[in-house]
Design a protein around this ligand. Sequence first.
Ligand code: XMP
Length: 513
Amino acid sequence: MKEAIAILDFGSQYTQLIARWVRHAKVYCKIYPYSTEVETLKRDKVTGIILSGGPASVFAEKAPRPDVRIFDLGIPVLGICYGLQLMGAMLGGEVAKSESREYGHGTLRFKQESRLFDGISRGEIRVWNSHGDRMIRLPLGFKAIGVTENSEFAAIESESQRLYGLQFHPEVSHTEGGSDILKNFLYKICGCKGDWVLEEFIKIKTEEIRTTVGNAHVILGLSGGVDSSVAAALIHQAIGDQLTCVFVDNGLLRKGEREEVEELFRGHFNMDLKVIDARARFLKALKGVNDPEQKRKIIGREFVFVFEETVKGMKEVEFLAQGTLYPDVIESVPINGSPATLIKTHHNVGGLPEEMNLKLMEPLRELFKDEVRELGEKLGLPHKLLWRHPFPGPGLGVRVMGDIREEYLEILRNADAILIEEMREGGYYDEVWQAFCVFLPIRTVGVMGDERTYDYVIAVRIVESEDAMTADWARLPHEFLQKVSNRIINEVKRVNRVVLDISSKPPSTIEWE
Ligand code: XMP
């Protein structure tokens, strides 16, 4: 891959969206802190630079600014929103301070022909605005190519300097033709050909893994989720039996999960898979523990212990592989003078300690989730696994409220399996973000046949969401809910009541603990 776009991040909530659109257009890109020096960009041989939007005002005392030399590199630069204002302010134009933010839809009218708008035949498009300040005088050499109701300079360019700016957000789906505008920047202006294809990635990574590993051995903690499964398939394709996958059965898995992992990875892929039955150990450690945070800590701690013990017993392990993804490693931007760049901790990893003395191998760390799914497909992983709903690391441990007992887990596993089966059957599974059952250790009175019952409650949680930051309960047909409820009460022993969770996030969370 020879093409690479640098996205300088000024703290916009949409920065990752820009990156995803660029990748969608088959061009590799990386997000850099806004202060990255031109030497780094030159070293990385970037083909184009995009300045993201950001929450700051160019007038703020500590307004984040890029290395001014980026404008002289001769490499095309596209400034989006705050990025456009920076370009204006740093190159001698004028930006007006604004007290209120312009937020929402606007209409962009094309004023002059521009390669940015190539192929967009309409004379105007709906665009998405979210900005405070706006440009009121252009820097030398620039012209306006598009105007909106509130701005004479909503789209600008200086073709000879290869500098472009958009006041609105092309990366947001509310902007009509936004992806075409970005594509035009990449293909028509930066001259990209689109060499970011996953087949190529597989070839390069496979080679890289082989060279790095040599004759050594790699270990990977397989959870059965998308990321670790795809990492396992990729590494296995590269080094075969030099990879050992460890799957820890902590007793908090869903029905049939362990068997499915065994069947796929050992059976189908013929991988060296160690399944560690640690059910008793986890249950013992969790006995009598009610506090959710405490439960999470114990589950994390026990996992590390079991994993370490397993690795100790193996010879010549040199690498620890993990399915870390790009969003886990993007550095968050210190805006408004916060001191150091922070690396997000990834909560799926479980904090494997440094004393393990293994070298980290993270072959997916450049990829977004959708790319990982596509990669998984190319590596032959089943659709069902790749599109599985998220499942929390602590598993059913945070879906049995309070004290965890085997009896409760068994009830929950059976109820959950019915819900998931019905979700698939009804065609709703792929439509929602998550669907699961929660076990409530409360008993209520019921009547079955002629008998009075006094049994437990199952709560059904089905949510729609884009990114799990906010979520709403899915409005599924009453007939469907009725069927789920009937089946759970009839088929799962010790359950005589099913309730539906109709809370949104916020203020509730998706999981109950
Ligand atoms: P909440 O409950 O915070 O969940 O609204 C947001 C999303 O994160 C998942 N989740 C976790 N995932 N380890 C994980 O790997 C965890 O400890 C954990 N807790 C919550 C949850 O299922 C939802 O998709």
